[in-house]
Design a protein around this ligand. Structure first.
Ligand code: ZN
Length: 484
């Protein structure tokens, strides 16, 4: 009757926790009961937690940076690393560079993603919103279930400007898509870079100084205002500051159609990690940069208060060598060192250990932050929960095993881990994707390419009333019909 039965585990969803068996048939959850007989295969989950497989909503896989540096993980190594970290699916970025057609971008990523061992979709990065992109290509991407578009407010080669962002927000809104934004004030960062360069301060640690907290706060405030003007949904990625998080919280309270995430590195690291001997600090460079301990405390409180839907890795894997961090030389000034750090395998163990084991969040909240909310926000309607009819994307979790994080445990294509040496409690032991065991007690069981593209649904804005700008309301603007 069942292909697989997972028995005697403690099943945890974003709302519940109960002892029970899960029956899997044809890749989906067919039954949940106190006990289930049979199963071609029976997996004993006694003493273990049975959770929805992690959904990694922020990862850079087989993606060229705007400076042309290719990430070290492709869809095989990146998905394998994700799987070892307890994830059953992920949504990396498909990046449009200036001059590229969106159709070509998606064809390129479709070819790259064929190697994935877990299910996948893409967030489409838009850096060149031409008329053709806005009226023809984005609607076509949406038609095939790519329902999130990302834009940048920083980086000269990516930054759209406020007008370009309003255009994307408007198109996304019309199609039920969500716009994601990297919010940092480009001019503040460039001004800081010039000041630091003039003094010859170019070591990696100055990266942390070059992107001020105010640059994020200003840009988050502006992004929220732009989205309010056109009453469009917005997702703020990798919030790294207390001030930015407070703006998100306030806007949510005001009913904004707003979503946000933070990342383990902002909870685990500080700018002092960039101040290591030689060029070691380059390992800890990401944008926005890691901050300080007061920020870590504030971000945890915002997690507890519900400011963030998700904690995502922002896995941006560049090796600590000339293929990655140091394409401009091993003594390059910080603005020429590749930005980003790996962490796709460490996300769930870190969040479980520091969150659940330290009493900061409940088990249910852990499931919400690592899986359920990403599925809901980004329209993966058959994933992110354990219920009849859902995909059998499951991680069997040992809540008692304690491990020191090692590079070997990451199973990625990187030569360091920023989390190396941390002692974490909680280990993903068995991971299933649509009923197939893909990782089992440290062994990979997945076949290359067994992951499937997931067409995603439009964003659900229930409970988010939004904002009606007076100037776009015909009753208050002399009858002009200009609202998108
Ligand atoms: Zn990122």
């Amino acid at each position: 009757m069942f292909d697989t039965v997972i028995h005697s585990g403690t099943v945890v969803t974003a709302t519940d926790s109960f002892k029970g068996d899960i029956g899997i048939r044809d890749g989906r959850i067919a039954a949940i009961a106190e006990t289930l007989p049979g199963g071609d295969r029976r997996i004993d989950a006694g003493g273990r937690l049975v959770l929805p497989g992690g959904i990694e909503a922020h990862a850079h896989i087989a993606q060229e940076s705007s400076a042309g540096v290719m990430t070290a993980d492709d869809y095989y190594s990146g998905s394998v690393s994700a799987a070892f970290g307890g994830n059953s699916s992920f949504i990396p970025f498909a990046g449009q560079h200036r001059g590229q057609s969106v159709d070509d971008v998606l064809a390129t990523y479709d070819a790259r993603a064929k190697r994935s061992v877990i299910d996948y979709s893409y967030h489409l990065i838009i850096s060149d919103p031409t008329e053709k992109v806005l009226t023809d290509e984005l609607p076509r991407a949406f038609e095939r279930g790519i329902t999130s578009f990302k834009v940048f407010m920083t980086y000269d080669l990516m930054n759209l400007g406020d007008g370009g962002m309003l255009d994307i927000l408007t198109v996304a809104k019309e199609h039920g898509a969500i716009t994601m934004v990297h919010a940092e004030n480009n001019e503040m960062v460039k001004w800081m870079n010039r000041r630091l360069a003039a003094k010859g301060l170019t070591a990696p640690k100055y990266h942390a100084i070059s992107r001020p907290e105010l640059a994020e706060e200003e840009a988050i405030n502006r992004a929220i205002s732009l989205a309010k003007l056109v009453d469009a949904p917005l997702f703020i990625v990798h919030v790294s500051t207390a001030g930015g998080a407070a703006l998100v919280q306030r806007a949510k309270l005001d009913g904004a159609k707003l979503f946000a995430e933070t990342c383990p590195q902002y909870l685990a690291l500080t700018r002092h990690d960039l101040d290591r001997p030689g060029m070691e600090g380059a390992k800890f460079m990401c944008s926005p940069p890691v901050r300080d301990e007061a920020t870590q405390d504030a971000l945890w409180r915002h997690i507890q208060a519900g400011t963030f839907e998700s904690v995502s890795s922002d896995h941006a894997p560049y090796r600590f060598d000339e293929t990655g961090k140091f394409t401009a030389g091993t003594d390059a000034p910080y603005p020429k060192i590749a930005n980003g750090m790996p962490g796709i395998a460490a996300r769930l163990p870190y969040l479980f250990s520091e969150g659940v084991m330290k009493g900061r969040i409940t088990l249910q909240h852990f499931v919400a932050l690592s899986s359920t909310n990403a599925a809901k926000t980004f329209g993966m309607t058959t994933k992110g929960s354990i219920a009849p009819g859902m995909d059998a994307d499951i991680v069997i979790w040992n809540p008692e095993a304690t491990r020191t994080v090692t590079l070997a445990d990451q199973h990625d294509n990187i030569d360091y881990s920023p989390f190396e040496g941390m002692v974490l409690t909680g280990v993903p032991e068995v991971v299933l994707n649509r009923g197939q065991v893909i990782v089992e007690h440290g062994e990979l069981r997945a076949a290359e390419g067994q992951g499937r593209f997931v067409a995603r649904a439009r964003v659900d804005l229930t409970g988010k009333p939004g904002y009606r700008a007076k100037e776009l309301d015909p009753a208050q603007n002399f009858g002009a019909e200009i609202a998108p």
